[in-house]
Design a binder for this molecule. Sequence first.
Ligand SMILES: Cc1ncc(COP(=O)(O)O)c(C=O)c1O
Length: 345
Amino acid sequence: MFFNLKLHEDEPIYIQVYGYLKEIIENGMLSKDSKLPSTREMASMIDVSRTTIVKAYELLEDNNLVYTIKGRGTFVSKVPVVKQSEWEINWENNITNYAKMSEKLDIMKHEKLYKKGMISFKSIAPDESLFDVEEVKRAFLNRISIEGEKLLNYGYAKGYKPLIDFIMEYMREKGVNTKGKDLIITNGFTEGFDIVLSSIVQKGDNIICENPTHNTAIKLMKLHQLSIIGIDIDEDGIDLEKIKNALKHNPIKAAYLIPSYHNPTGMVMSYEKMENVYNLLKKHKVPIVEDGFNEELQHLGSHIAPIATICGEENSVIYWKFIKNFIPRNENRMGIWRQETYRCA
Ligand SMILES: Cc1ncc(COP(=O)(O)O)c(C=O)c1O
């Protein structure tokens, strides 16, 4: 910034230095209490004598633009920032239809505002008192002790490598054949599903999903301008006959399914139904985007296997599980939902 000062011969140099610094201070480019370069540094930066800079700084101080602390340097005073202009963008007219639609489809923004004492069923945030904060602190300290500064730097673009390796192993233990499969860490469902949709479907493509389904999934599918074919579900999952019917009449690009602890119904698809759904979609070459977000919520016995275990070495299931199960014991989810919010057709 100080290098930008262009000197000319029409005015004494200390006046020019003073004028330049005054302007950037009054425009808010140097914030209150920020330190100016020492007179020696400034003189060498703009290639003038130190006496010239001392005179310029004295003038700034006389005009209450800076103050000096003996032995520490010269600092910017509290100066009212001169407003540049009254220009204001009318964002209402300047944002894209995509942004407008995102806002419109966001149920959090349009439902009743939270009031103290209210129990909201529109999202499934667990009770914070159940989080094991001490364990999380311990884990963080362990990791930073092992990795040191490396942990704070840019990392592997796909996500933290030890976490990827851990999840890969975890999936193998669940029975998923990970041969030839890959994994990326995302910031949650919205980012993950958006990446998947951007990669495998295009505007106008048909996509099958359970009806009702997860509201954020509906939002994203609509934002990608997909034609959503909602298939009714019963107690053990999506209706096979209705999938067959949809497949008969439309070319389907993908199927988005939540087989375990389906949101919003809580339904768990039977293993037999999972196999039938998988084989039917395989026959019609429809890849499955499987959302196993809450698979570990089992109270008794072992976890429910995902459809991803059925596909073996085949590559037609894109599976995800976001780190919901990072926080244990969050089983206190309630099965109440607003029909119209979650219905996709
Ligand atoms: C069906 C479904 N998938 C995924 C998620 C995970 O979302 P997030 O990663 O944003 O927590 C949720 C959260 O409610 C969900 O209901």
